[in-house]
Design a protein around this ligand. Structure first.
Ligand code: SF4
Length: 355
């Protein structure tokens, strides 16, 4: 139970932050709708992807899949193609699976209750709370990376935000701070906006912060050192040989296995790992025997999570006149219905002048 003093501080905090938000908020296209479908798509895209990138993808995705039914009907390949370049493709797969469940079990609508929303593929407490509070003003908290950072600083929290204890503390604070009246959706967005615009990861602009006088980290001179950083995973070097087989204006691409640990189901140029063993490019789909590698065309650097990739791209010919296995396809540049390419495949084609 909050004490009277805490409640008073919370009220001051809410008032200052909401006044700032009404003035400073960015006019983002998904903020102009209360349609749960559009908000759900935007919230899913915004997890792990920058706003600037989502600004380009969100309207395109909605133009292609304007409602739950169209997304449920779409093939996985079409959805991945629309998602291509956003990364973390399991989000796109989950959206399609969840759309199918919405059609079958919820009359094609995003559920109106938290439990129903949490039953959908890819929808966790954050997404459910964000969609329901923003679309319907349901009194549900959200904690994303921005909120975690703002709370860690405002309340000088020592826990790692990702730790179970840190998560419990953050969610309980988010719940406690929800406005008793007014708009929980607006409040949640105000918190996230403060984290995105002012209380930023490296250099928070405390001088412009509407809640600076309530901030413990600032008072203690620790604004830039909270939240405590997560121990960094070691980076792994990966060396690849990538084959560029052309026929007319088309490039041969190969579909990654459905059970690949990353980028499953996307298309890439025939690739094998040389000298390193990351597990990203399993031997099982080695290109040996199918192709005759030739001259080196270019070198490409790329990163996938903690993997730092250096790829040697070679011109190659087919070693056999026989047909290729069904996982191969010919990709033509600029074809909007084309295969859903991995980010690295796009980079290779762009660098080679065939994007
Ligand atoms: S005063 Fe600085 S550290 Fe504290 S909430 Fe504002 S921007 Fe973040």
């Amino acid at each position: 139970m909050a004490t009277r003093a805490e409640s008073g501080a919370h009220a001051v905090l809410r008032k200052a932050l909401l006044a700032w938000y009404r003035d400073a908020r960015r006019d983002l296209p998904w903020r102009r709708t209360r349609d749960p479908y559009g908000i759900w798509i935007s919230e899913t895209m915004l997890q792990q992807t920058r706003v600037e990138t989502v600004l380009a993808y969100w309207p395109r995705f909605l133009a292609r899949f304007p409602d739950v039914e169209s997304l449920a009907r779409a093939s996985e390949e079409d959805v991945l193609a629309a998602w291509s370049g956003l990364g973390y493709y399991r989000r796109a797969r989950a959206l399609r699976v969840a759309a199918g469940a919405l059609v079958e079990q919820h009359g094609g609508r995003f559920p109106r209750d938290l439990q129903g929303a949490l039953g959908l593929a890819g929808v966790g407490r954050y997404t459910a709370g964000a969609v329901l509070s923003i679309a319907h003003d349901d009194r549900l908290p959200v904690v994303d990376g921005n909120v975690a950072r703002v709370f860690s600083r405002l309340f000088a929290l020592e826990d790692l935000p990702q730790s179970p204890g840190g998560q419990r503390r953050l969610w309980s604070l988010a719940e406690e701070l929800l406005p008793p009246g007014g708009s929980p959706g607006e409040w949640n967005q105000a918190l996230m906006e403060l984290g995105a615009l002012v209380c930023t990861p490296r250099e928070p602009t405390c001088g412009q912060c509407p809640v600076a006088r309530l901030c413990l980290a600032r008072a203690q001179g620790r604004a830039a050192s909270l939240p405590r950083p997560k121990p960094r995973p070691t980076t792994l070097d990966v060396r690849l040989e990538v084959l560029w087989v052309r026929r007319g204006g088309a490039t041969l691409v190969e579909r990654r296995p459905d059970d690949a640990s990353r980028l499953a189901g996307l298309f890439e140029l025939p690739t094998r790992e040389t000298g390193t063993r990351s597990g990203l490019f399993p031997e099982a789909w080695s290109v040996a025997g199918l192709f005759l590698p030739g001259e080196e065309l270019l070198r490409v650097r790329h990163a996938i999570t903690r993997h730092r990739i250096e790829a040697v791209v070679r011109a190659a010919r087919l070693a056999t006149g026989r047909g290729l296995p069904g996982r191969f396809a010919w990709h033509r540049p600029g074809a909007p219905e084309g295969a859903a390419l991995t980010g690295m495949a796009k980079k290779v084609l762009a660098r080679g002048g065939a994007a």
